[in-house]
Design a binder for this molecule. Sequence first.
Ligand code: IMP
Length: 203
Amino acid sequence: MTPRRFAGPKLVLATHNAGKVREVAALLAPWGIEVVAAGALGLPEPAETEDSFLGNARIKALAAARASGLPALADDSGFSVAALDGAPGVRTADWAETPHGRDYAMAMAKVEKLARHSPDRRAWFSCALVMAWPDGHTEGFLGEAHGQWVWPPRGTNGFGYDPMFVPDGHDQTFGEMTPEAKHAISHRAAAFAQLSAACLPVR
Ligand code: IMP
């Protein structure tokens, strides 16, 4: 079946994470699509009950599309470490949770503590992007960025686990790279390339 294309003019970004809103809005900018953040519409955050990135992105995109009556785009993403059998994976955000909000310095330290005795430093980011329509139709895409985890964390750009990840073929962490350099090779950009080819208006 041919994928359904977004016909505009407005798209809800079904994420409450400021870092992801910034990155996805930047990726969408060339299309001139009007982007509304789920937070700005007061949409609730549904529970992420699936055990895959695509499953959880689908839950978030469908909830936002149904509640707003507009097409919605959701991102579900995470960081996986080979020595930890892919953890934290879909639980990446949970590992940063504290009673006072998310603490990524603590979450990165947890990863390092559990993985430090393994010689296997491979790690990867995954990003699922799902577009949903109010009638329940969805289209989903998965992107990955492979590399190594490093310690101590380096750089203050980006967000989340960026400072402890060096992508293959590079020396800088995602936290040290400019946003443009990260966008050229990131898991989110890889998923977005597929999504834009299939679901965004041809430019
Ligand atoms: P989600 O809201 O369940 O998708 O949580 C995603 C988690 O993965 C959050 O903790 C993010 O900080 C982390 N994450 C996702 N993408 C990136 C990225 O590009 N850089 C750093 N951390 C990321």
